[in-house]
Design a protein around this ligand. Structure first.
Ligand SMILES: [Zn+2]
Length: 149
């Protein structure tokens, strides 16, 4: 007798009609993306699936949002540039977006330097510029200290 494989299909919720699918998220990063995108405060239907079996990745995370809002692609690119974003309209995939590590991010990172003015004076929306693509390091616009997410 063939053994049933756990493919995760059993808990796949109904198909999106209009919204966004963020797929191929590195296992464990889904919750971080969920929080950083502010999906926990969204009124729309949001599904975060973790540890979904994937042929390519072993296991992955997946987020489905039934919404017409835009997601912040910089946040996604910063957390997981290999994730895929698909926009769904009337049940069909209408647009796929390729993510990249953003060259510049505003208001997502905070400076790790405790003496930086942004920490002393609680300055918001600090701009960080990518300085090292390999290590994903960004430089603070005020003190140039390097920071990672
Ligand atoms: Zn700084």
């Amino acid at each position: 007798m063939e053994q049933l494989k756990n493919t995760g299909e059993g808990i796949v919720v109904s198909k999106l009609v209009n919204g966004i699918v963020i797929d191929h998220i590195k296992q464990g990063q889904g919750y971080k993306i969920f929080k950083q995108l502010g999906l926990d405060t969204l009124e729309d239907v949001v599904v975060l699936m973790r540890n979904v079996p994937s042929r390519k990745m072993g296991k992955k995370d997946l987020i489905k949002i039934e919404t017409d809002m835009e997601v912040n692609l910089d946040v996604l690119g910063l957390i997981d540039p290999n994730a895929t974003v698909t926009y769904v309209k009337d049940g069909k995939s209408v647009k796929k977006v390729r993510l990249t590590l953003p060259k510049r991010v505003d208001g997502i990172l905070t400076c790790k330097n405790p003496r930086c003015i942004t920490n002393q004076e609680r300055i918001a929306n600090v701009r960080f510029t990518l300085v090292d693509e390999e290590s994903k390091e960004y430089a603070c616009e005020y003190c140039e200290a390097r920071t990672r997410l």
